[in-house]
Write a protein that binds this ligand. Structure first.
Ligand code: CMP
Length: 210
């Protein structure tokens, strides 16, 4: 496939006219990244936008404890590296090829001109970035729930005496329904037993929060 055909198959560029696709194809460069190669690192200055022709790219950041956090795994037709070009900030994440990968890169100026000249592309870009934000929100809510789980357990441990779900909720800053759900989860894991209004801590409870 030549660059023009490749660009045609990328959803972001599907609205381009034939003439614009040919023009853009001349500006794009094909690059190969063997498995495990870093395309760029978080916090670097970045001047290129990439679309994936084949292979897969892992988008990661480093957590406070130095652990790698995977934000997303992108595949053919997906793009990345747009953020640093849109807000002129450093790269927000590291991009690594998880298998042999081929990319099509566009220089900052060409990317900016293309979106400036084509409202349909700006629109498609906003739509995809919105989908990424929705997905990130979903992840935040899952993590927040996990966090509530930990805090519920901690308060139960601290109190180790009978109190209503509403009191626990107030102390943690969540709703009674969430507390009830978390307590049912803990009961399923055999860490507590709910007997009427009493919460009976099981032998494994303390051990599981060491
Ligand atoms: P940029 O900041 O230039 O470099 C890192 C790239 O990773 C970023 O542009 C986006 O293209 C991509 N990226 C960052 N965060 C996410 C995310 N939450 N989901 C998918 N892709 C992301």
């Amino acid at each position: 496939m030549d660059e023009r055909e490749l660009l045609r198959s990328v959803p972001l560029f599907s609205e381009l006219t034939e003439q614009d696709t040919v023009g853009l194809a001349r500006l794009a460069t094909r690059r190969r990244y063997p498995k495990e190669t870093v395309v760029f690192f978080e916090n670097e200055e970045g001047d290129f936008f990439f679309t994936i022709i084949s292979g897969r790219i892992k988008v990661t950041i480093l957590g406070d404890d130095g652990r790698e956090i995977i934000l997303s795994i992108l595949g053919p037709g997906d793009f990345f590296g747009e953020m640093a070009l849109l807000d002129n900030e450093p790269r927000s994440a590291t991009a690594i090829a998880v298998e042999d990968t081929e990319l099509l890169s566009l220089h900052r100026t060409d990317f900016q001109n293309t979106i400036g000249d084509n409202p349909a592309i700006s629109h498609a870009l906003i739509k995809i970035l919105t989908a990424r934000l929705r997905r990130a929100n979903q992840q935040i809510s899952t993590l927040a729930l996990l966090d509530v789980h930990g805090r519920v357990a901690r308060v139960i441990l601290d109190m180790a005496r009978e109190e209503g779900h509403q009191e626990i909720a107030t102390r943690i800053g969540t709703t009674r329904e969430t507390v009830t759900r978390m307590l049912k989860d803990l009961e399923r894991q055999a860490l507590i037993k709910i007997e009427g209004k009493e919460i009976v801590l099981q032998p494994d409870f303390e051990k599981s929060f060491d």
